[in-house]
Design a protein around this ligand. Structure first.
Ligand code: AHM
Ligand code: MG
Length: 337
C-alpha cells in the first residue's frame, strides 16, 4: 500500500465507484466508527477512567451489566440518534427498540449492536469489542417503527462489522463486497485501511469452544471435538490446537486472520434456549463477515443468515469459520437426525 487510505476515503470510494453504499449509509458507518473510537478511548483508560466494575443493573437477558456495557451503549445511541440516517436502534443492553426522537429527522436504516461484547473480559484487560449490523427499514413504511420491522433475516443486512479493542483497535467491515480491516491510528485519530479482501482458509487445525461445557453438548458437537482431540492418531490424522478467548469478537478476529472454527452450540444446561449468543446483533453480523471472507456459518443445521428471527433478543447456536470444518460439523448434525 503506497499511501494511507482512511476509512472515510474507503467509504467515499465505495460510494463513488460502485454505488454500493448510498450517502446515508456512508454517514451511518462513519458515525459508528467514531463511536467505536470513543469506546476504545474509554476502554483504554480502564481503572484510570473509573470505568471498570459492575453497575447495579441487569439487562433484558438477566445479565449484570458492567459500567462499560452501559457507557458503550450510551456512546452509540448519542452519536447515532441525531444524524438523520437512522429510523431506530436495538441493542443487547436495551429491552426494546430505541426510536430516533421526534426532534431529529428520520432516516431509512435500522442499527443493531452489542455495544461491548465479551463483558467478562472487561475487568481483566483482555480483548473486547463492539458488534454491529445494519438493516433497511421495510419499504413503504410510513407508520412508526416497531420491533417486528427489525425481524429480518441476516441475508438482508446492508452492512455489518465489529471493532475489537485489543493490543490494537481494529474495525472490520463488510458492505457486501468482501471484508476490509482498518486499524485505529491514535496519533491521527482515524481508522486506516490495513487489509482488504480478507480470506478465511478453508481448512484449519484450530478450534474455539468453551470446553468446560463438554458434558452438556449434543452428540454431533462431542463427536467433532473428540475427533479433533485424538489428533494425529485419530480419524482426522492431524493435531489440533485450541483457543478460547471468551470474547466472540476476538475469537472471530483470529479466525478472519488465520482461520479456525468457532462454536457456541446449544447445550443441555438450558435446553429451551437455542444457544447463548444472540442472532440479530452477534451471530448475523459475524456470519456475514465470515461468509464474505469465504468461510461458512450455520446453527448446526441451517445457514445462520437464512434464519427468520422471531424476536429481537433471540438466541442461536453458532458454528462459524473455515468452510470445510463448518461443513463437517453441520454434516455430523445431519447424520444424527
Ligand atoms: P456478552 O455479549 O454478554 O459479552 O456474551 C457473549 C460472549 C461472547 O463474546 C463469548 O464468545 C461468550 O459470551 C463467552 O461465553 P462463556 O463465558 O460461556 O465462555
Ligand atoms: Mg455479546
Amino acid at each position: 500500500m503506497t499511501s494511507k487510505i482512511s476509512l472515510t476515503r474507503y467509504l467515499v470510494e465505495q460510494q463513488r465507484q460502485d454505488g454500493r453504499i448510498p450517502p446515508q449509509l456512508r454517514l451511518l458507518l462513519e458515525v459508528v466508527a467514531r463511536s467505536c473510537k470513543n469506546i476504545s478511548y474509554a476502554v483504554n483508560k480502564g481503572a484510570l477512567g473509573g470505568v471498570l466494575g459492575t453497575a447495579s443493573t441487569e439487562n433484558v437477558q438477566g445479565e449484570i451489566q458492567k459500567k462499560l456495557d452501559i457507557i458503550a451503549n450510551e456512546v452509540l445511541i448519542e452519536a447515532n440518534e441525531w444524524g438523520g440516517h437512522l429510523a431506530a436502534m436495538a441493542s443487547e443492553e436495551m429491552d426494546s427498540i430505541y426510536l430516533v426522537p421526534n426532534r431529529y429527522p428520520q432516516g431509512e436504516y435500522l442499527l443493531l449492536f452489542d455495544p461491548l461484547d465479551g463483558s467478562s473480559n472487561i475487568d481483566v484487560n483482555v480483548s473486547i469489542g463492539t458488534i454491529f449490523s445494519v438493516l433497511k427499514k421495510p419499504d413503504d413504511h410510513d407508520a412508526g417503527i416497531e420491533e417486528k420491522d427489525f425481524l429480518q433475516a441476516g441475508n438482508k443486512q446492508v452492512a455489518a462489522g465489529y471493532c475489537v479493542y485489543g493490543p490494537q483497535t481494529t474495525l472490520v467491515l463488510t458492505v457486501g463486497d468482501g471484508v476490509a480491516m482498518f486499524t485505529l491510528d491514535r496519533e491521527q485519530g482515524s481508522f486506516v485501511l490495513t487489509q482488504e479482501n480478507v480470506q478465511v482458509p478453508a481448512d484449519t487445525k484450530e478450534f474455539a469452544i468453551n470446553m468446560s461445557n463438554m458434558r452438556h453438548w449434543a452428540p454431533p458437537v462431542r463427536k467433532y471435538i473428540d475427533e479433533c482431540l485424538q489428533g494425529k492418531e485419530g480419524p482426522r490424522g492431524k493435531d489440533f490446537n485450541m483457543r478460547w478467548i471468551a470474547s466472540m469478537v476476538a475469537d472471530v478476529h483470529r479466525i478472519l486472520t488465520r482461520g479456525g472454527v468457532f462454536m457456541y452450540p446449544w447445550d443441555k444446561r438450558e435446553p429451551e434456549k437455542a444457544g447463548k449468543l444472540r442472532l440479530m446483533y452477534e451471530a448475523n453480523p459475524m456470519s456475514w463477515l465470515i461468509e464474505q471472507a469465504g468461510g461458512a456459518a450455520t446453527n448446526g443445521h441451517q445457514r445462520i443468515l437464512d434464519l427468520q428471527p422471531t424476536k429481537l433478543h433471540e438466541r442461536v447456536s453458532v458454528v462459524l469459520g473455515s468452510k470445510n470444518e463448518v461443513e463437517r460439523v453441520t454434516a455430523y448434525h445431519r447424520e444424527a437426525q
